[in-house]
Design a protein around this ligand. Structure first.
Ligand code: ADP
Length: 222
């Protein structure tokens, strides 16, 4: 049986976290937990919580720590993550969230944190051309659109530009990444949990690098 894993993937907006986390989740047979996707589902569902989250998301602000931590706590409390682990995408994003995660996972903790490195000029280009399926979240770009005019290849949903992929919100999200999330790199490095992986190249190349980094860490601890 494939052993589970407890992974966090860090990286700027547009670094490819979503794409790579889907692949890692499949490879290690673990749930992919994306806080962004969870919030977008709540917005679509029209819940009170969704309405509140939308106001933060559309302007590129962070949803308050206590709210995000509550959502993640509930998700990590479910049997699938307890048994197999998880690939966390978009969480933690602040030191307070990382501290809360440590507490939630104690005593075993995380196996590894992967920092997907992509320069800012590249992510800016990717975000400007990114399009996503409204229903399943599958990512496309204007350079590699779905096969039939903006209809998702995977689920048939409509492929559109995300509301927060506008110039103002992109700038704000990248600023907040530098201010709030980038300090986590040093934080996890000190805990000897961090591996940096080059996020430039084809999705298959990047997945190969991530899997090698995770397996090398496992071999070290076996
Ligand atoms: P991106 O990384 O491109 O900003 P996500 O899909 O991960 O996209 O997140 C979309 C939005 O959801 C964020 O801009 C933020 O408003 C909210 N969000 C997601 N995860 C978190 C988090 N861990 N803490 C605070 N806000 C979050």
């Amino acid at each position: 049986m494939i052993p589970g894993a407890r992974l966090v993937v860090l990286g700027k907006q547009g670094a490819g976290k979503g794409t790579q986390c889907v692949r890692l989740a499949r490879h290690y047979v673990i749930p992919h937990i994306s806080t962004g996707e969870m919030f977008r589902a709540a917005v679509k569902g029209g819940t009170e919580f969704g309405r509140k989250a939308k106001a933060y998301m559309d302007t590129g602000e962070l949803v308050p720590d206590d709210v995000v931590i509550g959502v993640v706590r509930e998700r990590l409390d479910q049997d699938d993550t307890k048994e197999r682990g998880f690939c966390l995408d978009g969480f933690p994003r602040t030191v307070a969230q990382a501290e809360a995660l440590e507490e939630l996972l104690s005593p075993r903790g995380l196996d590894l944190v992967l920092d997907l490195e992509v320069p800012t000029d590249v992510v800016l280009r990717r975000l400007a051309t990114r399009r996503a399926c409204q229903d399943c979240g599958e990512n496309y770009s204007i350079d590699s659109p779905p096969k039939s005019a903006w209809i998702c290849d995977s689920c048939g949903g409509e492929v559109v530009q995300r509301e927060d992929d506008n110039v103002g919100a992109i700038r704000r999200r990248l600023d907040l990444y530098e201010k709030e999330t980038a300090p986590l790199i040093a934080w996890y490095m000190r805990a000897d949990k961090l591996v940096a992986v080059d996020g430039i190249g084809s999705p298959d190349d990047v997945t190969g690098r991530l899997v090698r980094a995770i397996d090398a860490r496992r071999a070290r601890h076996a």
